[in-house]
Design a protein around this ligand. Structure first.
Ligand SMILES: [Zn+2]
Length: 389
């Protein structure tokens, strides 16, 4: 059995990147290089499929109003005091869960009210043009699913739109959870309503959907028990579990089961084997990797890029600021290549992706031949010759 994959944060600084090719230091240069990347045949000696898999991260959702884990230049943590909760802490500690749910309660409105931005729609447009085939995202905000429901997205780190019981694995919509949290915490609900009405307390939301409220009395916060486990306590280790609630239905620390958790992979938590496998299959089923708005700081994402590299797939990275281990992804590139074998753009996806889509739309090109449909690689030189210059 392979070793479990754990989501862990990585806080080292990454050196600033060099544009690849060198002309990718301006917007037109970057667009030209990415166009060539997407339209060129994949290396024939590797017998790779013609499609491109996209791997995205927190930077893609910044212009939707969510903050990145890192600063916009990627080289420092934007919020030095922000410390995400770890899975073991969430499981073990009632007080930590109160704090988590209080912050999540306050942050939910901002996330619910936010939606996909031009970057997500550009990914959709690239798919419609037949230029990208699959999306793997580290983001838990469901914006990809909203922007392009027809193009399936693998959510590597889960999703905030639901909560899941750690005992029975049943899910509940996050929106329903919000109603329960409001009911169990009327004074917090008042505070939140006042904050929203006044607009005075700009509640700042992190990519994992929780908000900072310094000095808030988290210890008074209450959260519900899993309704399924409450109705019918499960067996655990040959014994019937205890699930108890107070008079209003808040989970009681005398319980041994029925803890609800956001349906995201928390830091320190294993990524489910089926998700890990699906992500590997998405890489293996593609001929190129396009990395968008992530520093690959999370090992689970970095190793997908490493996997693509090991398979000989051309890699393009569009990210403001340095990326973990990126020198290795581009080390053996011919310095004279102009984008077909690798691209590195140190700009925001908000700027580059819409410009790329616009350029592709204004200069109609022949779609790449449907390699998958034919089940074999076909010569593309004749098709591509005229459109990459
Ligand atoms: Zn349950």
């Amino acid at each position: 059995m392979s070793r479990p994959l754990i989501r862990i944060p990585y806080t080292d600084l990454f050196p600033p990147p060099q544009p690849i090719p060198r002309t990718a230091n301006s917007l037109p240069g970057a667009v030209a290089a990415l166009q060539e990347f997407l339209l060129s045949p994949t290396p024939r000696d590797r017998n790779l499929p013609g499609s491109t898999v996209v791997l995205t991260g927190a930077g893609l959702s910044v212009s939707s109003g969510l903050s990145d884990y890192r600063g916009t230049n990627g080289t420092y943590r934007k919020n030095k005091t922000y410390r995400p909760i770890y899975y073991h802490e969430f499981l073990a500690n009632h007080e930590a869960r109160k704090r988590y749910w209080a912050r999540s309660f306050l942050g939910w409105g901002a996330l619910r009210g936010a939606g996909p931005n031009a970057g997500h729609y550009a990914v959709r447009d690239l798919w419609r043009m037949g230029l990208v085939g699959r999306v793997v995202t580290q983001n838990v905000d469901s914006f990809h699913a909203k922007a392009h429901p027809e193009l399936s997205t693998l959510e590597l780190h889960g999703y905030l739109r639901a909560v899941v019981c750690v005992t029975c694995r049943n899910e509940m919509a996050r929106e329903e959870m919000q109603g329960e949290l409001a009911r169990l915490n009327p004074r917090w609900d008042e505070f939140l309503r006042a904050a929203v009405t006044e607009g005075a307390h700009a509640i700042r939301t992190n990519p994992d959907g929780d908000a900072e409220v310094p000095g808030a009395p988290y210890t008074t916060f209450r959260y519900p028990a899993c309704p399924t486990c409450l109705r019918d306590p499960p067996d655990a280790g040959g014994e019937r579990a205890t699930v108890e609630v107070d008079g209003d239905g808040a989970w009681s620390p005398t319980s041994t089961a029925g803890i609800l958790k956001p349906a995201v992979v928390m830091f320190g938590e294993n990524i489910a084997d089926r998700v890990k496998q699906a992500a590997e299959e998405a890489i293996d089923g593609a001929g190129r990797l396009l990395v968008l708005a992530t520093s690959l700081a999370t090992y689970s994402a970095w190793r997908l890029a490493k996997r693509a590299k090991d398979r000989g797939m051309p890699i393009a990275i569009v990210n403001m600021g340095g990326v973990r281990g990126e020198e290795a992804f581009f080390a053996d590139l011919d310095p004279n290549q102009t984008g077909a074998h690798g691209v590195r753009v140190d700009m925001s996806t908000d700027v580059v992706l819409p410009a790329l889509v616009k350029e592709l739309q204004q200069n109609p090109f022949r779609r790449p031949l449907a390699v998958e449909a034919q089940g074999k690689e076909v010569p593309k030189e004749a098709v591509f010759r005229d459109m990459v210059k």
